[in-house]
Design a protein around this ligand. Sequence first.
Ligand SMILES: [Mg+2]
Length: 365
Amino acid sequence: MRPSSTAVAVDRVRVSTFVVPTDGPESDGTLEWDKTTVVLVETSGGGLTGIGWTYADRAAATLVHERLIGAVEGQDATGIAAIEARMATSVRNDGRPGVASTAMAAVDASLWDLKAKLFGVPLVTLLGARRASVPIYGSGGFTSYSDERLREQLGSWVSDGIRMVKMKVGRDPERDLNRVEVAREAIGEASLFVDANGAYARNQALEFAHAFRTLGVVWFEEPVSSDDLDGLRLLRDRAPGGMDVAAGEYGYDPHYFRRMLQAQAVDVLQADASRCGVSGFLGVDALCEAFDVPLSAHCVPALHAHLGCAARRLVHVEYFHDHARIEHLLFDGAPTPRSGALSPDRSRPGLGVDLKRADAARFAA
Ligand SMILES: [Mg+2]
């Protein structure tokens, strides 16, 4: 426990970049990839070190060096809001949404981890726990997968006790219904989500909404581009009952989320603390409460396990195949699902994860 009210100066910020190849070619409705870049920040103060990370382009590491270290070093590690304001000012001319926000988010997470460690408590305790565990949904089902791989991945999550799973659609619309049927067969009564990553046109998405619903799909993510707020609203109004329209993963600042909520574009709002920051995610949660809309955490399970147990309106965390795999490769203490939920490890301070330096070294970029 940190003694008295003395400020603890941040004495060092370090940044590293890792590039981790995927375990096979991956694609969704609009993108293909074969590797994931992790930008990791270590922030030291008071004899302790906090870690935070983002899944972003390596340009985020450059921005941490060029813009953020000077805004953070020497500041009080427990005064995260004040540091946030300094970081936001320092990236003003770079444009805050996008890469600059991911750089800020990695630093922000490292500060929250450090602050919790300074107080000797898990992050969820520092934030204020509302629940002991948070439900997850298994997320993968890439459009690059064979039917066999699709069946195997989704089916194994359900066998492990995960009750909701998500697959990608939209790359080859002629195959989509068949792929969804394959998934449905593999998962039995489990809840099935689809994510088109904005691949469909409005009318096409509407037609698919009805067809997917007959196969028991209950979640239609980015049926059209998440920038098409009127299109999302149209889908939301005209999709069959029992199907939630969701978007929000590309939100970097509060204005983005407010616009999406004001447009009544989603049934469930998504947010990603590795993009909007831990601090930003808590703000999104407050917006969700004000607009009476549920919140779902996008990817980064080791981070969202803590946030998910503290957020007011959170309904589930996306247990994304790539990130779950990477977090187990790089971090000691990465959480493993039990009975379809993640529970932060309350025996460890902060985020409860430590970088496996020797293992991580082979991915250093
Ligand atoms: Mg998505």
